[in-house]
Write a new protein. Structure first.
Length: 319
């Protein structure tokens, strides 16, 4: 048994949520494609959680159109809830149950469901299947949260801050798990405060500031659309006096034996540097170009949107 296909897993148009004079969500429009990992990022109070709760059907919207798997989540239809999985930051699990017992209990609530042992294996808890929840580590509890969200074989999975509080090793394992779910064809909407996590996992990223979508695109598209500078690092052999170098469009800074500059137009700087080196027979080694990270882009976007000044304004959204 399966469900009818939908063109997009999520479609949102002009979504608004007001609390008196406060606009928590202020005209959001975006879509999430079937089978993609979509990340919503933004500062605290940006409206991420409110938006996700509306998509899950847990909060009423003030206005706007929302379609999730072909349903209006605000209608509270049981058939809709049976097709989504929700993984909260803290599910409040009973400490005296085992993962196997909890997964079995949750499994009985869904018409479509995965085998208990399969779900436990997918999240990497096979060796802890019969342990008490109170004996599990924080990372293992998070895997159990995910198992409970997966046991109903959802088409769409909501992940709320999936690696908050994890050490680097546990975060990497969680990332591998999300990638495995993508491989199974699941559509995933995640919220995160970790920009490296969004950059690593997400097919596309939506940046929300003051209830508005200020940027939308792949991590590479966001980096390409920003004016944040790329960093060029190089070493000159044999040693060359810096005054001999051509104008590279930005000041050079020493970095040990290397030289470094930041440029919004690295192509021009590289062309000038390499043309000069060829003409003089100078060897340029250890040459690297690092584009802006998603964190660099994110910080620039929220600053441009006026968060620090408290005056949010719309900036271009990528198609």
């Amino acid at each position: 048994m399966g469900y009818p296909a939908v063109p997009n897993a999520i479609e949102v148009h002009d979504l608004r949520k007001h609390y008196g004079g406060t606009r928590a969500v202020d005209g959001l429009s975006f879509s999430v494609r079937v089978g993609e990992v979509f990340a919503l990022v933004g500062p605290n109070g940006a409206g991420k959680s409110t938006t996700v709760e509306i998509l899950e059907g847990h909060r009423r919207r003030t206005s706007g159109h929302v379609d999730v798997l072909g349903f209006d989540p605000g209608a509270g239809d049981r058939s809709f809830r049976e097709r989504i999985g929700i993984v909260l930051q803290d599910a409040g699990l009973d400490e005296d149950f085992s993962p196997r017992e909890l997964v079995t209990l949750y499994r009985g609530m869904y018409p479509l469901r995965l085998a208990v042992d399969d779900v436990i294996d997918i999240v990497g808890l096979t060796d802890k299947a019969d342990a008490r929840v109170k004996t599990l580590s924080g990372g293992q509890r998070r895997r159990l949260d995910l198992a409970l969200g997966l046991v109903g074989d959802p088409e769409l999975l909501f992940l709320d801050e999936p690696t908050t509080g994890f050490d680097p090793s546990a975060r990497r394992r969680a990332w591998e798990l999300v990638e495995r779910l993508r491989g199974l064809g699941k559509t995933i909407l995640l919220t995160t405060h970790y920009m490296d996590e969004a950059e690593h996992l997400a097919d596309r990223v939506g940046v929300i500031v003051a209830g508005r979508l200020v940027a939308l695109g792949t991590p590479a598209e966001l980096a390409g659309a920003t004016t944040a500078s790329s960093t060029i690092t190089f070493r000159l052999l044999p040693r060359v006096a810096i005054p001999e170098l051509p104008d590279l469009g930005a000041p050079l800074r020493p970095q040990g034996e290397d030289w470094q500059l930041r440029s919004a137009d690295p192509t021009v700087a590289l062309e000038r540097l390499l043309a000069w080196a060829r003409a003089r027979g100078v060897v340029v080694s250890e040459l690297t170009v690092n584009r802006p990270s998603l964190e660099d882009v994110y910080l620039q976007l929220i600053e441009e949107a006026g968060v620090r000044a408290g005056e949010p304004q719309q900036v271009p959204v990528l198609p």
